[in-house]
Design a protein around this ligand. Structure first.
Ligand SMILES: Nc1ncnc2c1ncn2[C@@H]1O[C@H](COP(=O)(O)OP(=O)(O)OP(=O)(O)O)[C@@H](O)[C@H]1O
Ligand SMILES: [Mg+2]
Length: 308
């Protein structure tokens, strides 16, 4: 549904987007993640045909962003990272205005406006003025605006920024619902954990380059160097560490207080030998658990923290 081919955007001597090859399949929620200045907005604006690439090209729903910009605009719903000012306009008028811009006939617009307001939980604000909405409500109105022409592809630039925790969860649910309705969604954020659990795949971008892309679990597997099991022992932690370190299945072992930290090969499936070995040697333990994948750590490993 979205495919970019060596997409480049150059601003004087700054390469904002650098040979980007990205694929988002139909029905996916693709998380586009990167730190400030990574090139997310620039990429999304190129896909939305608002900025021309310096070189390379891209297809959106099969339409070329360079030669078929009108067709692209018809199939996308673009939510920019900032919301413009609309004075003296009521919520429903604002949506009606955009629906009219998409040439939706007047007799259909009323129902569409109600539908998108219901979907984004704003129906009770229908007759309020746009400028009187809170930031989170404006975000939702902006999302409602991107839906009036029933686009196949949603390009959402940091839709969760400035939202409170509950609103973030609600947004997540809304995106899942839109995905179920058959839409393909590209959503950007600089927070990996915010997207990882509901995106079907993610891409991590830094300094205009795609550093990793694919299913979250696959990316984690590639980045993670070893499997870690933490065993909390009653006593004799040092003896436990020595035992573990000497075991052929173990890469290394260390202690932190009364916790023995055992590093294993990623391929090591069966970790039951740890418990057997400890018990056999009279070392009692109160808990043993495999360390959860820490998404923030992974993100820090993949990105280098360099900005242009
Ligand atoms: N119109 C412009 N003129 C010159 N440089 C620009 C322009 N727009 C963006 N840039 C530069 O391109 C780089 C990428 O910016 P972009 O806005 O795409 O990043 P981003 O990933 O969206 O960051 P953020 O998380 O802060 O929104 C930055 O270094 C930025 O300064
Ligand atoms: Mg941005």
């Amino acid at each position: 549904m979205i495919q970019t081919f060596g997409l480049v955007k150059q601003y004087k001597n700054l390469t904002a987007v650098n040979s980007l090859d990205l694929t988002v399949n139909e029905g996916e929620i693709f998380g586009f993640i990167g730190p400030n200045g990574a090139g997310k907005t620039t990429t999304i604006r190129m896909l939305a045909t608002l900025t021309k690439p310096t070189s390379g090209h891209a297809l959106v729903a099969g339409y070329n962003i360079l030669t078929q910009a009108d067709e692209v605009k018809r199939v996308i719903g673009y939510m920019p990272d900032s919301f413009g000012v609309y004075e003296d306009m009521k919520v429903w008028e604002y949506l009606d205005f955009f629906a009219a811009a998409y040439k939706i006939p007047k007799e259909k617009r009323g129902q569409i406006v109600d539908d998108v307001l219901n979907l984004t939980d704003l129906i009770y604000k229908k007759d309020d003025y746009v400028e009187a909405l809170s930031k989170g409500m404006k975000q939702r109105l902006c999302l409602a605006k991107t839906l009036v022409h029933d686009p196949k592809v949603l390009l959402l630039d940091e839709p969760a920024s400035g939202l409170d925790p509950r609103a973030r969860i609600e947004l997540r649910e809304l995106l899942k619902e839109l995905c179920k309705m058959g839409k393909t969604i590209l959503v950007s954020s600089h927070i990996l954990t915010e997207l990882a659990d509901f995106c079907t795949s993610i891409g991590i971008i830094e300094q205009g380059r795609l550093l990793a892309a694919g299913k979250v679990d696959d990316i984690l597997k590639n980045v993670k160097a070893s499997k870690v099991v933490k065993v909390t022992v009653r006593e004799n932690a040092e003896k436990g560490r020595e035992l573990m370190a000497a075991h052929p299945n173990v890469k290394s072992a260390e202690i932190e207080g009364n916790v023995v930290i055992v590093h294993l090969d990623l391929s090591c499936e069966d970790t039951s030998f740890i418990a057997e070995e400890l018990l056999k040697n009279g070392i009692k333990f109160t808990s043993m658990k495999e360390e959860e994948l820490d998404l923030e750590d992974i993100f820090m490993k993949i990105t280098t923290g360099a900005v242009q």
